[in-house]
Design a protein around this ligand. Sequence first.
Ligand code: I3P
Length: 108
Amino acid sequence: LEGTLFRKHEWQSEYVKAAVRKWNKVYTVLRNSQIFFYPDSKTAHSKPEKTFQGEDPLSLNDATASEDKFYKKKKHVFRLVLKNKMEYLFQAKDEEEMNTWISRINSL
Ligand code: I3P
């Protein structure tokens, strides 16, 4: 699964809020139980080492995704909680795309 999402880092760890909190447009790719971020689709396919801001992929082992009913500023937002308690919000373009991401992440 891959596609464009908007992403906001919310929690760095259980008690530490993320320092950089703005929304970023990221081309997102699920690969081998990891989630990779790229600046755009072309980079993801032609230069897969050039991740968004040089970021390492995130492990989705023991991660959970769910619709975020409390975040009211944007629609179709889901929350990803990683094993290490990092949390990210993602905005999909519609309900269907959001549900596709949620179910794929939770089925890993
Ligand atoms: C953040 C940015 C985010 C905002 C966040 C701000 O500031 O405006 O859009 O989240 O608020 O800290 P900056 O651009 O200076 O990094 P929301 O869009 O969810 O409000 P927050 O700190 O309350 O999460």
